[in-house]
Design a protein around this ligand. Structure first.
Ligand code: TZP
Ligand code: MG
Length: 216
């Protein structure tokens, strides 16, 4: 597979679900499947926190999630864990600023998708130089899903990145709901990334559909 082109990456970013097994109150694979039916365009397995899966159970969960994503033609990414991503032949990884540097991961993962969390124009420029395919900008709004989240910068962060010349595909993350997603898109993001708006929704499929309708 050749490296993803920018236009395609922007499409993948439209409705990005980030989730681990602890982010929902029932079978996470059922939640994922319903979300995929509702129109999620990219999935990141982010297995973090107390009671998260490890070892062979994590590996099996990752494989099952990858299979599901591929049934819906949706790329499957892994947060942080390059080794796991390679072991399950994921479509890519998402890296925080404190994770293995993107340039190093690029040399290990070839043409796979690499996303990097960015909080400033400097970090966005560094991500591009390191060979990242997209930037995740956040938190857009207060979030309860990430305890060590950076300070909230709002959609203004995306606006600043675009005004500063950052042209890489960008997705906003953090506290995004149907009520505020438009602000993130209007600021210049290619899409929105959510955990709780879908993972804790009573009906994940309908929640994804509602978010998708905003993206049209
Ligand atoms: N990175 C920045 S905010 C965040 C991550 C992983 C959590 C997003 O979760 P939610 O529930 O959509 O606010
Ligand atoms: Mg990380």
């Amino acid at each position: 597979m050749p490296r993803v082109d920018i236009g395609r990456m922007r499409e993948h970013l439209r409705l990005y679900l980030v989730m681990g097994s602890v982010n929902c109150g029932r079978d996470p694979l059922m939640v994922l499947e319903e979300a995929l039916q509702g129109g999620v365009t990219l999935f990141q397995l982010r297995e973090k926190g107390a009671d998260c899966l490890t070892g062979s159970r994590l590996h099996e969960f990752a494989q099952a999630a990858r299979r599901l994503c591929h049934q819906y033609d949706v790329p499957f990414l892994v947060n942080d864990d390059v080794q796991l991503a390679l072991a399950v032949d994921a479509d890519g990884v998402h890296l925080g600023q404190d994770d293995e540097p993107a340039a190093h991961v690029r040399s290990r993962m070839g043409d796979k998708i690499i996303g990097v969390s960015v909080h400033s124009l400097t970090e966005a420029e560094q991500a591009v130089r390191a060979g990242a395919d997209y930037g995740g900008a956040g938190p857009m709004f207060p979030t309860r899903s990430k305890l060590d989240a950076h300070p909230v910068q709002g959609p203004e962060l995306v606006r600043r990145l675009r005004a500063g010349g950052a042209s890489l595909p960008l997705v906003g993350i953090g506290g995004i709901t149907v009520d505020n997603a438009t602000n993130v898109l209007q600021a210049g993001a290619d899409g929105i990334a959510v955990i709780s708006a879908i993972s804790w929704a009573e009906a994940p499929r309908e929640a994804a559909q509602s978010l998708r309708s905003i993206l049209k």
